[in-house]
Design a protein around this ligand. Structure first.
Ligand code: URA
Length: 239
């Protein structure tokens, strides 16, 4: 069950605020009964009629995309650049989906897209601490002491990052670069790049391998798939 104004907003009738005004103005009928209370809850099978027109309820959909480089993680881009939702809409998916969280324009890897606002908000809330694993190619030869700093937390914009996990994958002594796996639970802006910068190793390339229980197995850059019902349940069950 969800609030009537939220169901209306999700169906694209109007914003949540404007939907509230429609309810208060007596323009909304649920299962044949006029509703003027903002607390009213509706389920997927309730019929909602606004200004005499039944609204189309959308089923919730969940997609996992392997984001390629050079694509924006939002539903629209003012500059007309290709977005993660464009990739999915190009394959005849019609739902109004949006990404859960962001990856930078030049970052590749796993990103979830959905029209389930409740789940998206939950997953992005710091309280739920979804674990995300990144592979970063960084400048310079990273020292064990620097990896330890990353694990214990570094200060970014005056605030220390929460504890993280690190794994050194490779060091290229000729090119003077290091490949590091970093697992974090937060989602601050440009967090991974800023963490490596804080220990003196700017990121050259960044890829996200896992998001909570989900991984990219079988998905090439630019490919996506629908989540299986049990995968959706795993995300919903996250406490
Ligand atoms: N951290 C970053 O710095 N960039 C991303 O795209 C994701 C996490």
């Amino acid at each position: 069950m969800e609030r009537l104004q939220k169901a209306m907003a999700e169906a694209g009738v109007a914003s949540r605020r404007a939907s509230e005004k429609l309810i208060l103005a007596g323009k909304v009928v649920v299962n044949g009964q006029k509703v003027t209370e903002l607390g009213t809850k509706v389920g997927v099978h309730d019929e909602i009629v606004v200004n005499g027109v039944p609204i189309q309820r959308e089923q919730h959909v969940y997609y996992l995309l392997n984001k390629p480089r050079g694509v924006i993680s939002s539903a629209h881009d003012e500059k007309g650049r290709r977005t993660v939702t464009d990739i999915i809409h190009d394959e005849d998916v019609d739902e109004r989906i949006y990404p859960v969280g962001r990856l930078d324009y030049d970052t590749t890897g796993i990103i979830l897209l959905t029209n389930d606002g409740a789940l998206a908000n939950k997953l992005m809330h710091p309280k739920y601490e979804v674990e995300k694993t990144y592979i970063a190619k960084v400048n310079g030869i990273i020292e064990n002491s620097e990896l330890k700093q990353l694990r214990l937390g570094v200060v970014i914009d005056g605030r220390k990052t929460k504890s993280a996990k690190t794994k050194l994958i490779n060091i290229d002594r000729n090119k003077k670069t290091s490949l590091v796996q970093l697992t974090i639970h937060e989602g601050r802006n440009h967090q991974v790049k800023n963490m490596f910068k804080a220990v003196g190793h700017p990121v050259i390339k960044l890829h996200r391998e896992t998001y909570g229980p989900l991984n990219l197995h079988g998905l090439q850059p630019g490919e996506f798939r629908a989540l299986k019902p049990d995968e959706v349940q795993l995300l919903k069950n996250k406490k």
